[in-house]
Structure formats: structure tokens, C-alpha cells
Write a protein that binds this ligand. Structure first.
Ligand code: NAD
Length: 270
């Protein structure tokens, strides 16, 4: 049902972003990926997204846009290039790129604060301001921002991360309001939502698993991490976040906007 739609997923060379890019391609969208990595990693990610989309029949259409999201000028160039690639601007924008650094506030390096705010929050402002006018002109657009439970509740040792995630939840609500009346039920409208995952099995959380192994196995570290916060005691898989992102892109989701949806095994229900 996303045939003819184009999408950008930031931070899609790994983890949740790669899974969302694959899911959008499988639903028929032409997908631009972004993110850091070695040439081999980027080629592998492109191959995975194309394989998800083609079903063996479609020619490769996925492209990698390599902007470093700490750099607003690089984002601006990427969005201008994307307008050409997507015939005027992407229909679906997934702001997913993110980094973490967990230490107490007074030990947080200033550079980490700046990088986390730039990548996890400011980059979404820059992509949205470039992409949303074309969405409004078409009457269909989807912005899916991958926030976190840390956009809804705090944990210690994550000052810039929690600040960035509360920030992107607020930014998304403002944009949802500004674009709420655009488009129609038939066209699908313009929606802006956040997905707020608890623990998802990706490279991002490995240091936090390791910090809880206490000389035991990785499984011990995972169990300890889940026991602290996530009552289901199950990790979410990146593909499960991909499925929700695809649902939000459906026409039927036209009235789901300004929401911050936990996928957290009950973390924020406590
Ligand atoms: P990941 O480390 O697997 O992937 C992060 C992606 O962001 C990679 O593609 C990386 O190249 C990209 N990236 C990092 N710095 C960049 C930069 N300067 N410019 C461009 N791209 C950059 O992590 P993940 O777990 O898949 O995280 C994806 C998103 O999900 C993040 O926003 C993260 O905060 C959020 N999240 C993750 C979890 C979890 O448990 N894994 C939970 C809640 C929210």
C-alpha cells in the first residue's frame, strides 16, 4: 500500500532504523537510508532494504544519503538532494538516528551533550522543516519520530538523552498541531507521531548490558537490564518497531497524530 511513496529513514544503517527501512520497503515504498558505517556496512544495509522491497521483481531503488546529522548544513544538502530523488520531497520521514552516553550529569562531557542534542533532537527539526511543506502540498505525509520511554519518564545518568527525547516528543506535538488540518481522510492527511520504545535489542544498548553482567554472561546482563524497568521482561525486536511505523503510514491512521506511543512492556504504566 506504499507503492509510489518515498521515505527517508535517518540512522538506518543499523538497528531500529534498518528494520523500519526494511518494513517500509516491504510495504512498497522507495526508501532512502542514512547513517554512519563502513562502506561494507552501508552496502549491506542497502542490500537488505532492496531485498525486503523487491520480492525479486523490483529494480534496486534504495539510496544511501551520508549526511552526518550533527551538521545542519549537511542535513540541508541531504534534504535538497532528496527532493530530486523523490520527485519534490519524501512522503514519509522517519527521524530515528540516535546515540546514548550514560554517566552522571556532572561527569557528562560537554561534547556528548552537544552531539546527543544535535543528533537525537535538532536533526529532526532540520529534516521536518525541509520535508513538511511538500507533504502539505500533497495532502499526505507521515513523520514518525523514534523517541523513547525516556521521552516520557526519566532515568538517572542520561541527562542529554532524556532532554533530547522529551524535546522530540514536544517538537512532534507542535508539528502535529500545525499540520493537523492539512489533507483529508481520503488523502490520508499529515501526521506526526513518536514511537517510544523501552529496551530494544540493538547495538545501542550493548554497553548497558555489559555494565550489568557482573562477571556473568550476556544473558545475565539482559535479565538485569529488563528487571530494572521493563515488566514484560522481554526485549522488543527492531522488526516489531518497524511494523508499528508501517501502520502509522497507513491512510487509516490519518487521525493518529501528536501521539507518543510507548512500546515498553509496561515500563511507563508503573
Ligand atoms: P543503533 O546504534 O543500532 O543505530 C543508530 C543509528 O544512528 C545508526 O545507523 C548510526 O549510524 C546512526 N547515527 C549515529 N550517529 C549519527 C550521525 N552523527 N549522523 C547520522 N547517523 C548517525 O541504535 P538503535 O537502538 O537502533 O537506535 C535507534 C533509535 O532508537 C535512537 O534514536 C534511539 O535513541 C532509539 N531507542 C533505542 C532503544 C533501544 O533499546 N535500542 C530504546 C528506545 C529508543
Amino acid at each position: 500500500f506504499l507503492q509510489g511513496r518515498t521515505a527517508l529513514v535517518t540512522g538506518s544503517t543499523s538497528g531500529i532504523g534498518l528494520a523500519i527501512a526494511r518494513a517500509l520497503a516491504a510495504a512498497g515504498a522507495k526508501v532512502a537510508i542514512n547513517g554512519l558505517g563502513t562502506p561494507e556496512q552501508i552496502t549491506a544495509a542497502l542490500g537488505e532494504v532492496d531485498a525486503a522491497g523487491s520480492g525479486g521483481t523490483r529494480p534496486a531503488s534504495t539510496k544511501h544519503f551520508g549526511a552526518d546529522l550533527r551538521d545542519p548544513a549537511a542535513i540541508e544538502t541531504m534534504m535538497a538532494d532528496l527532493a530530486g530523488w523523490s520527485n519534490g520531497g519524501v512522503d514519509i520521514l522517519v527521524n530515528n538516528a540516535g546515540i546514548q552516553h550514560a554517566v552522571p550529569l556532572h561527569e557528562m562531557p560537554v561534547q556528548k551533550w552537544n552531539d546527543i542534542i544535535a543528533i537525537n533532537l535538532s536533526s529532526a527539526f532540520h529534516t521536518m522543516r525541509a520535508a513538511m511543506p511538500a507533504m502539505a502540498a500533497r495532502g499526505y505525509g507521515r513523520v514518525v519520530n523514534v523517541a523513547s520511554v525516556h521521552g516520557l519518564v526519566a532515568s538517572k545518568d542520561k541527562a542529554p538523552y532524556v532532554a533530547s527525547k522529551f524535546g522530540i516528543v514536544g517538537l512532534s506535538k507542535v508539528a502535529a498541531l500545525e499540520y493537523a488540518a492539512q489533507g483529508s481522510r481520503d488523502s490520508g492527511g499529515i501526521t506526526v507521531n513518536c514511537i517510544c520504545p523501552g529496551w530494544v535489542e540493538t547495538p545501542l544498548i550493548e554497553p548497558q548490558i555489559e555494565a550489568r553482567m557482573n562477571g556473568g554472561s550476556r544473558d545475565d546482563g539482559v535479565r538485569a537490564l529488563l528487571a530494572e524497568k521493563q515488566p514484560s521482561l522481554r526485549m522488543t525486536l527492531p522488526t516489531e518497531i518497524g511494523a508499528l511505523a508501517v501502520f502509522l503510514c497507513r491512510r487509516e491512521a490519518h487521525n493518529i497524530t501528536g501521539a507518543a506511543m510507548p512500546v515498553d512492556g509496561g515500563w511507563t504504566a508503573q
